[in-house]
Design a protein around this ligand. Sequence first.
Ligand SMILES: [Fe+2]
Length: 164
Amino acid sequence: MKTLNEIFEHTLEDMYFAENAITKALPKVAKAAKDAKLKKAAEDHLEETRGQIKKLEQVFKSIGKKAAGEKCDAIEGLIKEADGLMEEASGTALDAGLLAACQAVEHYEIARYGSLREWAKDLGHDEAHTLLSEILDQEKATNNKLTNLAVTAINKTSPSAKAA
Ligand SMILES: [Fe+2]
């Protein structure tokens, strides 16, 4: 890999793999979460993620490439951490930890889509730039939603729950 175009295409394949992995992980989060709003947030983001996969397929098409995934170690690591949490945590710790794990994924995605859309612009891939910017905005909105949920509900516990 030497050119900007090559790193762009490589990272695009990375994110195609990541979004597909996320669609498999989110139902597990929705099932494990105790808080109804957190469950709903995971379910809503699953739908949105499916839409993002379609958008990524459009991005591939717009640059004349076939949609393909390339194993992304980062997302596998983040998902593995969430899986571990579901095995080890319960009660308030589980919901707070799951929400934090979802935010770690969102931050990773925001970093990647931020780079991708700038590269698309530099490479003159206008349609890809627009689509990637749309996905980036969705990820940012999801992250904000999760922050609100954390500070207004999930992290608020009774003194006994805090101590337990
Ligand atoms: Fe996503």
